[in-house]
Design a protein around this ligand. Structure first.
Ligand code: SAM
Length: 205
């Protein structure tokens, strides 16, 4: 994540201090260190068993779930709905394929919010992830109040080994327990830049 993204993550979390957060995709615990600091309890989902082995002693308020989100997230969401637990924050940063991103978000949208819920989706400037985010039928979920596809901008990379790839960026969706009145509000600040950058990126080849 970029420095701007880390600030944005800390900004949302420190402002809301969620009772429960969920992180899909943890790796070395970079984003988890911020989520854990501001949440009462965090569920971390990652298929790599080393994530739990390496991080469980470092984060006492985190329950590590080892598995692919497609398998373990439906159960978690069901349990949280049943127990009426107040989830206030979700980070989607696991499977980066179009289908993987879409399915993760669709599963998160099966949660019935008990209050404000922020869904932050990483790599919204990456073509596959962006397609996945945009393929979700956001409109049909009455708890979603608005969505910003470019809350934090991504970039065309010149990082060695990642040259000409489009990465980073945060999309942000906001849900509330009260159903939406009127149409869903969409923001897409970087729509034009995305279309201009894509043809010169390595993704177009
Ligand atoms: C980009 S890294 C996450 C980085 C982390 N959020 C951070 O910023 O510090 C992606 C992680 O997602 C995990 N992952 C891949 N497919 C997944 C899936 N289907 N469900 C959950 N996690 C997945 C990978 O094992 C990897 O650790």
């Amino acid at each position: 994540m970029t420095v701007a993204e880390r600030f944005a993550l800390a900004g949302i979390l420190s402002h809301r201090e969620p009772r429960i957060s969920i992180e899909i995709g943890t790796l070395n615990g970079g984003s988890l260190s911020i989520i854990s600091k501001y949440s009462e309890k965090v569920y971390s989902i990652d298929p790599n068993p080393e994530v739990k082995d390496n991080l469980r002693k470092k984060f006492e308020n985190v329950e590590f779930i080892t598995g692919f989100s497609q398998k373990v997230l439906p159960n978690l969401i069901n349990e949280l709905n049943k127990k009426e637990e107040a989830v206030g924050f979700v980070l989607v940063d696991g499977d980066h394929t179009e289908e993987g991103v879409r399915k993760d978000i669709e599963e998160v949208l099966n949660y019935i919010p008990m209050g404000p819920l922020w869904i932050l989706m990483h790599d919204s400037f990456n073509p596959d992830c962006r397609q996945g985010i945009k393929a979700v039928d956001w409109e049909s979920n009455r708890y979603v109040q608005w969505i910003d596809f470019d809350f934090i901008p991504g970039f065309l990379s010149s990082i060695p080994g990642w040259e000409d790839q489009m990465w980073c960026g945060f999309a942000l969706a906001y849900m509330e327990e009260k159903g939406r009145e009127g149409e869903l509000k969409y923001d897409e600040l970087l729509g034009r830049q995305f279309d201009q950058v894509f043809p010169i990126s390595s993704h177009a080849k």
